[in-house]
Each structure stands twice: as C-alpha cells, then as structure tokens.
Design a protein around this ligand. Structure first.
Ligand SMILES: Cc1ncc(COP(=O)(O)O)c(C=O)c1O
Length: 381
C-alpha cells in the first residue's frame, strides 16, 4: 500500500457529526447540530412533487434554473436594493457549503492570505488550505464577539486576497452592524481584497435589526461573493440547495469551478423554490417565527444556572456556565449529553486552537415541546 500524503492532516470528523451521533446513541435531545425537528412547509413539498411529476427530473442548466435565478434577483433587489443580473451574476449551488468552497477555489491562489474570524464555521479554513492559501485568523471573544477592526487593519498586506464574513453568525448569533460596514469599507477601499460573505442566516434576524448584506453597498458588492442557502430559511437542510451572487467578473470564475465540481444542482427543488419564492411571506415571516422560538427558549434558560449570551440572529443560543463547573466546554458538552440528555456544541470546536471561553451553543430551531423538554432537563444541571 502506498502512503498517502494527507492534504488535511489535522482534519477529523466534524463536531456536529460527533455530537449528533452521540445524541442518537444515548437518546439525548439533540440541540447540537443546526437543523429543525419540524417539517418543511407542505406547500413546498407539494411544489417539489409537482415539479417531479411535470418531468423536471433531468439536469438543470449549469448556472441554475432560470426562473429561480430571476426570483432571487427580484428578492435581492427588493430587500437590499441590489440589481444582480440573473444570467451572469447568480448561480444556484448545492447548499451554502458548495458555494463557499467554489468561491474560495475560484480566487484563492497558493500563498494568498485569507482572513477569517473565529469562532468560525468549519468549512472555511479547509477550503483555503486545500487551495494552498494561508489562513489568517482573528479570535473574537465573548460576550459580544465584536470584530476588532484595528487588528484586521494590522493583518492586511499585499498577499491578503480575501476576508470571510458571516452574518448572522454561527455559532455566536451576533450580526454585523452599520459601524462594522463602515470599518470594513475603509479597510478594503483601494485594496485588491475580495469579500466572501456567508449570509445563510440572512432571514433569521431579530428585534427589528437590519441584515447588513454586502449586497446593500455598491462599493462592497463589487468585491463580494454573497452566499445564501435555502436549507435554513425553509427548514430543509437536507435538500442542500443554495446560491451565490457576485459581480460578473467574479461569477465568471466561480462558474468555471462550479461546472466541474457539481455541474448543476437538484432540478425539481429549484423549480419548486422558484414558485414558492413568489410569495414573499415565505421569507418575510421568518424573523418573527424564529424570534418566538428564541424568546421562549431564553425564558426557559433564564430559570437554569446557565447564563445567556446575546442572540441577534441565526438559530443558535450561546450560554456560559461558570456558576456550574470549571470543566472544559468539550468535557461538559459530553457530560450534558450523556448524563442530562441534552446534546450541545462546545464553542471551542470553532476555534482552530480550541480556545475555551466556557461557552456552549444550543440550536433552538426546534418544536416548542422539544425546547421545553430540554429546559426541564437543564434545570437539573
Ligand atoms: C454559517 C454557515 N455557513 C454555511 C452553512 C452551510 O449551509 P448549507 O447547509 O446550505 O450547505 C452553514 C450550515 O450550518 C452555516 O451554519
């Protein structure tokens, strides 16, 4: 057997897979991995069925079904005032993950530096490394996890190729605000730096806050890949359909990679979502829908010994637990899962160095009875 030189020697199984498997094994309530325990809309399922019956079961066009790209362009113009050309600036992808991988692959060359902020979603760094890029990470700290823009400035040099942002943010549930946009704008002005903006939770934003999409700002839009997913808003994470928007000069490179990575994406689901998006309440209702869950869960957690961190967006609630134990967050997560029957994610898993601020992440995209049952168990901790 010949020895294989691993391209990702440090990479093991993701924490999400590990915790979900453990939850199943011990019969714990799974608030670890980010997916709903309720079904997607019956209307959307009917539309998928109808698309299949109509015969939309062969390859979709490489860039995605035209009707869907047109609906996305219309929605983006309505929400963010940005006119993306559906023919040249929008591509349907197999979820946000593929869009992220494709964008990085398309523009990051060996030795290019890419700035990421930790805690970071797990797919950014491996994609950068596979392209021979260099990950420059900045660690953010609880309770507010704000980006220290003065430190970002210090990281910039002529090898900086890209900055990856994520708003609303997984795992911390923070959002970028206008002040962040101003700082970012000053940093990238007159610089050859691209932005990859992971906005898969764009519709999960609370308390009347504004989603600061890169699409809103012409000077940022022209440097940005904006990534979105239909899995999060439409409670269908298993469908793995999302999209990327970028100016034509970037999208052109994106599609060169996309066509050899997946070529095209699940056809009937694209036709169905194109129909579904015609009714804007399908996405405009989401902030209220998830805010109710957030508030219900937070009210429950307030009765426990966990301490709540702020939650402005996404479907995650973070807590600290210094009144309970000084265990490492990874050990405590295992104990919570095995002994108390609630599976969570330790936030240290989102730091390359495993930095442990004693913070746990719960997913509240669950039925009320699931959240109540979890709180009941957490009251015993
Ligand atoms: C921040 C973030 N980006 C991207 C993704 C991936 O999205 P998708 O499931 O559409 O690939 C996720 C999924 O959990 C996420 O949390």
């Amino acid at each position: 057997m010949s020895a294989i030189l691993s391209k990702l020697p440090q990479t093991g199984t993701t924490i999400f897979t590990v915790m979900s498997a453990l939850a199943q094994q011990v019969g714990a309530i799974n608030l670890s991995q980010g997916f709903p325990d309720f079904n997607t809309s019956p209307e959307l399922i009917k539309l998928v069925n109808a698309a299949m019956k109509k015969g939309h079961n062969q390859y979709a066009p490489m860039a995605g079904v035209a009707q869907l790209r047109e609906q996305i362009a219309a929605k983006t113009e309505k929400l963010y005032g940005a006119a993306y050309d559906p023919d040249t600036e929008i591509t349907i992808t197999a979820g946000g993950t593929q869009a992220i991988f494709t964008a990085i692959t398309a523009v990051v060359n060996p030795n290019d530096e890419v700035i990421i902020f930790e805690p970071a979603f797990d797919c950014y760094a491996p994609a950068i490394k596979l392209m021979g890029g260099v990950v420059k990470s900045l660690e953010l700290e609880p309770p507010d996890y704000r980006i220290p823009w003065n430190m970002v400035k210090r990281l910039i040099n002529n090898r900086t190729r890209m900055i990856i942002l994520n708003t609303p943010h997984n795992p911390t549930a923070t959002i970028l605000r206008k002040e962040d946009i101003d700082e970012l704008s000053a940093i990238v002005k007159n610089q050859d730096i691209l932005i990859l903006s992971d906005e898969v939770y764009e519709h999960l934003i609370f308390d009347g806050e504004t989603h600061q999409s890169m699409a809103r700002y012409a000077h940022l839009r022209e440097k940005s890949f904006v990534v979105a997913s239909f899995g999060k808003p439409f409670h269908a994470t298993g469908w793995k359909v999302g999209y990327c928007m970028a100016p034509a000069y970037l999208m052109n490179e994106f599609r060169k990679v996309h066509q050899f990575l997946v070529f095209s994406v699940n056809a009937p689901i694209q036709y169905a979502i194109a129909e579904y998006l015609k009714n804007e309440s399908t996405y405009l209702s989401l902030p209220a829908f998830f805010q109710e869950k957030r508030d219900h869960f937070r009210t429950g957690l307030e009765q426990t010994r966990f301490k709540l961190l702020p939650c402005s967006g996404s479907y995650f609630q973070s807590v600290t637990y210094n009144d309970i134990t000084d265990e490492k967050d990874s050990d405590f997560s295992l104990r919570l899962t095995k002994d108390f029957g609630v599976a969570v994610i330790p936030t240290s898993a989102f730091y390359n160095r495993g930095t442990d601020h004693h913070v746990l992440r719960f997913c509240f995209a669950k039925r009320q009875e699931t959240l109540d049952k979890a709180v009941e168990r957490l009251l015993r901790v």
